[in-house]
Design a binder for this molecule. Structure first.
Ligand code: BGC
Length: 859
């Protein structure tokens, strides 16, 4: 039996707010081997019953990914899509029906104003604001849609009910160039008669303290709200409503809120009936218009931050210092909800969030630096008190109950993990529980740092979109979850924030205050491995998800970055202000974060790698001229690298692990010197007693540089090391996420310097890529992106009796499982319909079409 088991539109399930050409993809499932699609039919209609077909496509084709629906879409309209396919055995599937809703296609509809009720003296205020208006609806409603966004973050309600489940919308973008709006269907929220529309806004990234310089009002001095509402009446007429100066506003019960510091909530100033028509807002503040160009408004049609998972406290700890602490057993990013039977006026609840206990088992908050991560709730006489923060989030495993009106009981609390809404795509399990925990920690590194933008860490006074971290981790993350729309959004900001000369900022959105002298000297953009995110991430996304749009959208930005490197190079070795080197490597000099590998080796290696990838992408989009130019540039950089960093005898001039890893991984070593180079790398490893001393740049590729050059046993030895420094050292120390430093907590239980010691930093989790590609064996094929054809190249070893994984590829579920018994390996795998996979083991290869197979071999 053949079925269409899911359909996505522009990578999303039932998106709302689509403004670009919808592209439809579907997944096929079949019980019959070697199933292929021979044709498909797609129908689009504005009605659920498909009575009025406005677009159809009927093609003899095996294509099932990102089929464009070229028809003219109207703004704020729901379209239904049905798809069915015919397989090579003559059978047709049932129709799979889905829908999507458009955003604002006709930009002239953007009318009304961004509004605020803040006055000049509120510039420094970090309180929440409530904005409110009533609308009279006199006719029967057919359907209705809202388009909302804010300067700050917001929650929008109609008649008291929250519209949309997004948290901290509109997220963090380069607001003054790109502000995202959210589209929702609001038909069921409205009623005939008076309706109350209201927004609660908080300062968050827009207005609150962010970045290294502790600046507030980074994007503007007033938080504000914008709404556009369309009501389609049953009589065929339409009405547009907008936010304007007739709305009223006032300070909310959230009297203080910031991303780093937390929130203060004052229940004593709660007002009744705000969301009902009985509420009298006559005496409240008038609102005024904020100038904000509608040209900067763009639609977000999915991948919103949402409440994703809940944790109950595992235990309540009383520390040696008598602190009362909740332990949730998992380091996560989100907030705490409490539900109390009763509170009394005058009581205060104070909660402090943190990641680890110190050596003695007491609360440890020093690594948060200046971030307060504190919630204060001022109580009033009330029954059934329920609270969770509105406009902030914390990175924590533990919560210190600093003050509490009653006995602390587990059942009062719930931790809620927040992250961007992405499809989970990988399940991975082995016979080694420590490796399973490592995979778990990698996954939670992702969950904790994919809160609207890819952050370095979620807890201290940083939480920034560091480009290097996002580059290093992109492929690993893209196996674990479908990151396409997440990175597509962030890369759009990268493009917008890129310097005129092509330089790529250290952090995106670029919050660094360039007016400060220290930054002028140090630089705020363009570091090797960091800025290469501009090229590497589109490449990863293209291969993993098969969407050429990411190359087209980012093409100019990528090219500008390569040109920047060329323009700033002398004889093909580039340099520019501050580099981060092999960040936090253990071979750094005492007191330095910069590993021992010289900057020029890293800049040149990445120059070569990014240029090679860019030339490939030029070819993919058939830009022959660029392909020629950048291929030849690549050859020149490669030649330079070989000349500069190898002696005539094929020895590397730099004797660091990372130097050798980059040369091997980026294929910069002449064939005749490969063996020598990998042997030298092993020597460097042996010098450290088999341990890595690499940082952000070398670590992700260490195992790969070994195993791809025939040193499989050595790669496994490295992965499986349990003592410091190693991935499993952290696991054995009880980590539930990935640490920033190999020795965030050393063997004596002492902390690394508190100036930079995050316990939720995904960078070293980039080893996931090796675990999924080289252990399990899942590999994409550049010639057939999106896993239309792929490779299964496991490195089975007697060190594991079992390794198995399931990956939800864009074409369907790929399953791989290998088991060992002595030297005998059983490899079982499933290839989804309409794809093929080539299995490479023991130097022999065979290609399989869809189905489930088992093969046996010896190692
Ligand atoms: C961040 C890193 C980042 C680095 C660059 C740190 O403060 O936490 O992850 O890549 O700075 O220097």
């Amino acid at each position: 039996m053949l079925v269409v088991s899911e359909v996505t539109v522009n990578h999303l399930y039932t998106p709302t707010g689509l403004t670009k050409t919808p592209k439809i993809s579907w997944v096929l499932e079949s019980t019959i081997e070697k199933t292929k699609q021979v044709s498909y039919e797609i129908y689009v209609s504005p009605d659920e019953n498909f009575e009025n077909i406005i677009f159809c496509k009927n093609e003899e084709s095996s294509a099932s990914l990102l089929i464009p629906l070229d028809f003219e879409m109207e703004s704020l309209k729901k379209y239904y899509v049905k798809v069915r396919v015919k397989g090579n055995y003559g059978n047709k599937t049932n129709f799979f029906v889905t829908n999507f809703t458009t955003g604002i296609i006709n930009r002239e509809l953007f009318l009304g104003n961004f509004i605020t009720d803040e006055k000049e003296e509120d510039y420094n205020s970090m309180s929440g604001r409530l904005l409110r208006q009533t609308f009279l609806i006199e006719k029967e409603i057919e359907s209705a849609y809202s388009v909302t966004t804010s300067l700050g973050v917001y929650k929008f309600r109609i008649n008291g009910d929250f519209v949309g489940s997004h948290i901290l919308a509109p997220g963090w973008t380069s607001y003054n160039k790109n502000l995202l709006y959210q589209t929702n269907e609001i038909t069921s929220f409205l009623k005939k008669g008076e309706n109350v529309f209201g927004a609660h806004i908080g300062p968050a990234w827009y207005k609150g303290k962010m970045g290294f310089d502790e600046n507030i009002n980074n994007y503007g001095k007033h938080s504000g709200f914008y709404g556009l509402f369309l009501i389609n009446y049953k009589d065929g007429t339409k009405e547009f409503l907008y936010t304007d100066e007739n709305w009223k506003g006032f300070k909310s019960t959230v009297v203080f809120s910031e991303i780093y510091d937390g929130e203060i909530y004052d229940a004593t100033i709660e007002k009744n009936n705000i969301w009902t028509t009985d509420f009298n807002d006559e005496d409240y503040n008038p609102t005024k218009k904020i100038d904000f160009s509608f040209n900067n408004l763009n639609s977000q049609s999915g991948c919103y931050v949402k409440e994703q998972e809940c944790f109950l406290p595992k235990k309540i700890i009383r520390t040696p210092k008598e602190e009362i602490v909740l332990d949730f057993g998992q380091n996560l990013t989100g907030y705490l909800e409490f539900n109390l039977p009763e509170t009394k006026l005058g009581e205060t609840i104070e909660l402090k969030f943190f990641e680890v206990l110190d050596k003695e088992g007491n609360v440890y908050t020093e690594n948060l630096r200046k971030a307060k991560q504190t919630i204060i709730y001022k109580c009033k006489d009330k029954k059934d008190v329920k609270y969770k923060p509105h406009f902030t989030f914390q990175g924590f495993r533990y919560v210190e109950i600093v003050s509490f009106p009653t006995e602390v009981k587990k059942e009062y609390f719930k931790a809620i993990a927040l992250y961007s809404d992405m499809k989970k795509t990988l399940k991975f399990e082995t016979s080694n529980p420590l490796i399973n925990q490592l995979h778990h920690n990698i996954e939670w590194g992702l969950k904790g740092n994919f809160l609207d933008i890819p952050t370095d860490c979620p807890q201290r006074d940083e939480r920034l979109g560091w480009t290097g971290d996002a580059q290093i981790f992109c492929q690993t993350a893209s196996y674990i979850m479908d990151t396409y729309t997440f990175f597509e959004k962030w890369l759009t900001d990268l493009k917008l924030e890129q310097e005129e000369d092509g330089g790529v900022p250290y952090v995106i959105p670029d919050i660094i205050d360039k007016t400060k002298d220290n930054w002028k000297e140090h630089g705020t953009h363009s570091a090797a491995a960091w800025s290469d995110v501009a090229v590497i991430n589109p490449w990863v996304l293209y291969n993993t998800y098969g969407d050429i749009d990411i190359i087209l959208n980012q093409y100019d930005s990528m090219k500008k970055w390569i040109d920047f490197m060329e323009d700033n190079s002398t004889s093909y070795i580039w340099s520019y202000k501050k580099q981060f080197g092999d960040w936090v490597a253990l071979d750094a000099e005492v007191g330095s974060y910069l590993g021992a590998t010289p900057d020029e080796l890293i800049t040149t290696a990445y120059f070569a790698y990014s240029t090679e990838l860019f030339a490939k992408m030029a070819k993919i989009i058939k830009n022959e001229e660029d392909y020629e130019y950048y291929s030849s540039l690549y050859e020149k950089v490669l030649y330079t690298f070989r000349k500069k960093f190898f002696t005539e005898n094929g020895e590397m001039t730099t004797k660091t692990q990372t130097g050798h890893i980059l040369a091997l991984k980026f294929n910069l070593v002449e064939d005749k010197y490969k063996e020598q180079t990998v042997n030298n790398l092993i020597e460097l490893l042996n010098k450290e007693n088999g341990h890595l001393v690499t940082g952000f740049v070398g670590t992700p590729y260490f195992c790969s540089a070994l195993s791809k050059n025939g040193k499989i046993a050595e790669a496994y030895n490295l992965l499986l090391k349990e003592d410091f420094p190693s991935w499993l050292y952290q696991v054995k120390m009880g980590a539930t996420t990935i640490w920033e430093h190999w020795d965030g907590i050393n063997e004596k239980g002492e902390m690394w310097s508190s100036d930079m010691n995050s316990f939720n930093h995904y960078a070293y989790g980039a080893i996931g890529q090796w675990m999924y590609e080289d252990m399990l064996g899942l590999n994409f094929d550049e010639e057939n992106p999106g896993f239309k054809h792929f490779y299964i190249k496991p490195n089975a070893t007697t060190l594991f009796s079992k390794v198995k994984g399931k990956f939800k590829s864009p074409y369907g579920l790929i399953k791989i499982k290998w088991k060992t018994k002595g030297n005998n390996v059983t490899l079982k795998f499933t290839i989804p319909p309409n794809t093929s996979g080539t299995v490479i083991v023991n130097n022999s290869e065979k290609t399989y079409e869809s189905g489930t197979y088992e093969i046996n071999y010896t190692i």
